[in-house]
Design a protein around this ligand. Structure first.
Ligand SMILES: *Cc1c(COP(=O)(O)O)cnc(C)c1O
Length: 427
């Protein structure tokens, strides 16, 4: 093996360091494989139950009436996630779009949206109207309330109870930490929060932003009381093959409204040509449990490598995992840039380009991003990014295979090692 990694530019010291770290991770990898095996069976079971056949891959054009592939795929998602209904479409452009549909379809003027677990993902600020925006929920007369997490990361049950009022219609809970420093919530913690909310107001709709969380555990938030779960197909459930799309799974009543909002009142799920993407949506979903498992192994490997080298990592090397994101505080701009250069150099696509920090809308400093993906912007593929400001944290995720994730992490380390930015500690 040394020679094959040597050929890709990894020095023997870096490779040996990685192998020593890996030797200590076998139990955790075995546990991840067991979850993947369980979820693989869950997906196959849903496909068998719904009699997926070659006809499902044919696709449709125009209005997309009687699109068997689209209808069966939605049943497969619904059965796999144990919900009454699902909306899974290439017309849903991204995760933010799916969340915006779920919110705007189920909230009416005078209703209130509550986020009981702190600030939602950045792109939702304009959807909700936290940052002023045309067409935001605020503009349509939907008010918003937020209860922040306690300093220890726990739910502030007392203030959540106070925040729920006669207007509260929908509660949004984000599973993954996104770009925050809080821990990601386990499905069972989400279940506790939902149970608490429903004990105060039983008819409130609980929606979970499930981005990056799919197939990381054996259960999903829809198994613990969520009325809707929402995500992107260029993250976990697309398995790297879906070229576009998003999903919303949940109670029939909620999904019917989402379909009316996505297409038009009266049309709902009956229209929406699936074009030529059905095969990749099915095949990606089929592969998703193992792809997500590979990404998870990469995240754990990275946490252990960089923690051993003395960096703060979130989650830390031993914590249990509920999404595929890893953050490493690298401390200097030089390290952040070198790390991203290594990730880029490990990519199957665009490995020859060098990422450079640049100004991005919405940030008050330059940002560096590394990605060499088959699907543009896909973050189930190996990618890394970070804002050029203290503490110079890099966030990275993905890897369609564990071996690619491993190579990426070795290359990130190689890149810093060559520039004298890290010392490989004796173990
Ligand atoms: C990625 C992400 C989103 C938004 O998805 P996009 O596809 O980028 O629009 C929302 N919430 C969380 C937690 C995410 O990770």
């Amino acid at each position: 093996m040394e020679s094959i990694y040597g050929m890709l530019g990894i020095s023997p010291e870096v490779e040996a360091f990685g192998e020593k770290i890996l030797a200590g991770l076998q139990d955790r990898f075995t546990a991840i494989d067991a979850v993947a095996e369980y979820n693989q069976a869950k997906v196959i079971g849903a496909m068998q139950k719904n009699r997926v056949s070659a006809e499902c891959f044919a696709g449709s054009t125009g209005y997309g009436y009687n699109d068997q592939g689209r209808e069966v795929l939605e049943k497969v998602y619904a059965d796999c996630f144990h919900t009454e209904a699902a909306l899974v479409r290439p017309q849903i452009t991204c995760g933010t779009h799916a969340l915006a549909i779920a919110l705007s379809a189920n909230l009416l003027p005078g209703d209130e949206l509550l986020s009981p677990a702190g600030k939602p993902y950045d792109t939702l600020e304009e959807v909700i109207g936290i940052r002023k925006s045309p067409c935001s929920l605020a503009e349509y007369g939907v008010s918003y309330r937020q209860v922040d997490l306690l300093p220890d990361g726990g739910f502030d049950f007392e203030n959540i109870r106070k925040a729920i009022n006669e207007k509260t219609k929908l509660v949004t809970i984000q599973r993954s930490k996104g770009y925050q420093m809080r821990p990601t919530f386990s499905v069972s913690r989400i279940g506790e929060l939902i149970a608490f909310v429903k004990s105060i107001k039983p008819d409130v709709i609980c929606m979970v932003d499930n981005c990056y969380g799919e197939f990381v555990e054996k259960i999903e938030p829809s198994d613990v009381g969520a009325d809707m779960i929402v995500g992107s197909l260029i993250k976990n459930p697309g398995g790297g093959l879906a070229p576009v799309g998003g999903y919303i799974c949940g109670r029939q009543e909620c999904i019917d409204r989402c379909a009316y909002r996505l297409s038009a009142p009266g049309l709902g799920q009956e229209v929406g040509a699936s074009l030529d993407v059905m095969r990749s949506l099915y095949q990606g979903f089929f592969l998703s449990p193992t792809v997500s498992a590979g990404a998870l192994k990469g995240a754990i490997f990275a946490a252990n490598v960089y923690e051993k080298l003395g960096f703060a990592v979130i989650p830390n090397s031993t914590e249990s995992r509920h999404d595929i994101i890893q953050a490493v505080e690298l401390g200097t701009p030089e390290r952040l840039i070198a790390f991203c250069e290594g990730i880029q150099a490990a990519a199957p696509v665009d490995s020859y380009v060098r990422p450079e920090p640049y100004a991005m809308p919405g940030y008050n400093c330059d940002v560096i991003m590394a990605a060499g993906a088959f699907v543009q912007g896909s973050s189930i593929e190996l990618s890394a990014d970070g804002p050029l400001r203290p503490p110079y944290s890099v966030y990275f995720q993905g890897g369609l295979t564990w071996y690619h994730a491993k190579l990426g992490i070795l290359m990130s380390l190689q890149s810093m090692y060559e520039k004298g930015l890290v010392e490989l500690k004796e173990m």
